[in-house]
Ligand binder design. Structure first.
Ligand code: DGY
Length: 323
């Protein structure tokens, strides 16, 4: 029997690519070039499985391509807002993701952003590199405390809870959250986490607001000029979730006019294109979507896609089936 044909849209850690090569008839993107919608359509027409990454858009127009061979999109990533799930379903294409394996590394990155924003880490690094540091002095680059302050989490899934653990047990932070569903009692007890009844309640009480909700039409611009107005002027906004959750221009205006103290961003509307307004500001830390970017996590994500493909081609329900 011939092996299933698998198309991988971007370069993966080599140990996973080697496993894929051994199991399937694989086409890899060896020069790691971002592909076009037409190339995605051709992949859907010519392969049994297509494995996109979180920045490859699969809207209805692509998924409705004629004469498709593809039966499964094995997504490399937990977020799947780049795939039109209804269109995938209508075209009988199974979609899987990679939950669980990137929880700790993404929460570590969210804490990194929080600490960098609070302590002006990126700004200090720029100052040293530019040869502008003139030496220690009592009022040089004063910043905000982290230990003992309040962390407000919007969304309280796996990554938010992992961040809350680091913040509470490591930095003595008080944990508050806003989420459609109440957390398990064991988590509430462990973290002394308090659920806010409304988003404004959380925004007004938190010293650090960290976003952990999925990207979706419902969460688009959840953080906008009105919500930023409710935050403390001393507060920081951290986004390691999805760029669309924040209205970039409203955030730039709030940072420029010091309506909030700072922001730490790993994700952007329309990334990798960044609103140039961010680049003019010292009170924003900008990272290039590094949330899950450790070698072991990216390898685990690839292995999780492999497990989903193995289930699917073995006639079993893939463990991470989204639709
Ligand atoms: C995901 O998996 O959704 C992350 O954004 C990748 O880092």
């Amino acid at each position: 029997m011939s092996k299933p044909k698998v198309f991988v849209t971007r370069k993966w850690p080599s140990s996973v690519e080697e496993k894929l090569n051994a199991l399937y008839d694989v086409t890899l993107n060896t020069d790691d070039r971002p592909l076009t919608a037409d190339e995605f359509k051709a992949a859907l027409q010519n392969y049994d499985a297509v494995c996109p990454s979180v920045c490859d858009a699969f809207p209805a127009d692509v998924l409705n391509a004629a004469d498709k061979r593809c039966k499964i999109l094995g997504n490399f990533g937990v977020g799947f807002n780049h795939i039109d799930i209804q269109a995938a379903k209508a075209n009988n294409i199974v979609v899987t993701n990679t939950p669980g394996v990137l929880t700790e590394s993404t929460a570590d990155l969210a804490m990194t952003l929080l600490l960098m924003s609070a302590r002006r880490g990126a700004e200090g690094d720029r100052q040293v590199r530019a040869g502008q540091w003139t030496g220690w002095c009592p009022t040089h680059m004063l910043s905000s405390d982290v230990t003992g302050t309040t962390l407000g989490l919007i969304g309280f899934g796996r990554i938010a809870i992992a961040m809350a653990r680091k913040a509470h047990h490591g930095f003595g932070m008080k944990i508050i959250y806003f989420s459609p569903r109440a957390a398990d009692q064991s988590v509430v007890d462990e973290l002394k986490a308090e659920r806010c009844a409304t988003l404004p309640e959380l925004l007004a009480a938190a010293d650090y607001v960290s976003l952990h909700c999925p990207g979706s039409p419902e969460t688009k611009h959840l953080i906008n000029a009105d919500s930023l107005e409710l935050m403390k002027p001393s507060a920081h906004l951290i986004n390691s979730a999805r760029g669309d959750v924040v209205d970039s221009q409203a955030l730039i205006d709030a940072l420029r006019h010091h309506k909030i103290a700072g922001a730490g961003l790993d994700v952007y509307e329309g990334e990798p294109n960044i609103n140039p307004g961010f680049l003019t500001l010292d009170n924003v830390t900008l990272l290039p979507h590094l949330g899950s970017a450790t070698l072991s996590t990216r390898t685990a994500m690839g292995n999780r896609v492999l497990a989903n493909l193995a289930d699917f081609f073995g006639g079993k329900e893939p463990q991470d089936r989204v639709v």
